[in-house]
Design a protein around this ligand. Structure first.
Ligand code: ZN
Ligand code: ZN
Length: 227
């Protein structure tokens, strides 16, 4: 989220500010608690639905520090968070709708701030491109926490999975919904393609190839003096 360039002087909000961000969904080792971890700084720090920023570099200052990169980050617009989720590095994330409060710095496209309340969670895409409907073990994590990833109904297979409602409950009662960003068009099944429509297309290609072959043949004949 480093593209939140051009910052303005530090401010303090009197009312919570709305924002959107990506986070990795996490499940505690004993499966009793859900949380989130950051996508850039503080990947090893797991936070809950309500938390205060701490310095990711363990410096003794209140976060966000003016000369430090620490603190919570969010975008002003949900579309910016969805755009970031297209990057391969962030494919396994979910989007959080957050309320930012306390000390904060305002950037052109977002905020860096001290206090965060997660309001809602939206599951992103499954790796296959369909809207995700479950959370499964991503095969990675940090001490005490397994990282989860959003998965669709077709890819979940026999993997143990959490439903959005179960995850929301373990995260302290958060609403969790499926991603509503634009879908890829479904791929037509091959045998559903009208062969009648394919034939003229193929014939045109064959005709073009044949014309080229004839041309090559004619040139060869001219060069070799045969024919
Ligand atoms: Zn710091
Ligand atoms: Zn899938």
């Amino acid at each position: 989220m480093r593209q939140l360039v051009r910052r303005t002087p530090r401010e303090r909000s009197t009312r919570p500010l709305q924002g959107y961000k990506l986070a990795f969904p996490m499940l505690s080792a004993d499966g009793s608690e859900a949380g989130f971890s950051g996508v850039t700084l503080g990947r090893t720090h797991v936070y809950g639905s309500s938390s205060d920023a701490v310095c990711a570099y363990r410096m003794r200052h209140s976060s966000p520090g003016g000369f430090c990169e620490c603190g919570f980050y969010c975008f002003h617009q949900a579309a910016d968070a969805w755009a970031l989720a297209c990057d391969a590095e962030y494919r396994n994330t979910v989007m959080l709708e957050v309320s930012a409060s306390g000390k904060y710095l305002r950037y052109e496209r977002g905020l860096r701030y001290a206090e965060q309340q997660v309001r809602a969670v939206r599951l992103g895409r499954c790796i296959c491109g369909r809207a995700a409907q479950f959370l499964v073990d991503a095969g990675s994590g940090t001490v005490g926490w397994r990282q989860l990833m959003p998965t669709c109904i077709a890819c979940v297979g026999t993997h143990p999975a959490l439903t959005p409602a179960m995850f929301g409950q373990l995260a302290g009662g958060l609403p969790v919904t499926s991603d509503d960003s634009p879908q890829l068009a479904p791929r037509p099944v091959e045998n559903e393609l009208e062969s009648a429509a394919l034939v003229p297309l193929l014939s045109a290609e064959v005709a073009l190839l044949q014309a080229r072959l004839d041309d090559v043949q004619a040139r060869l004949e001219r060069l070799t003096g045969s024919g």
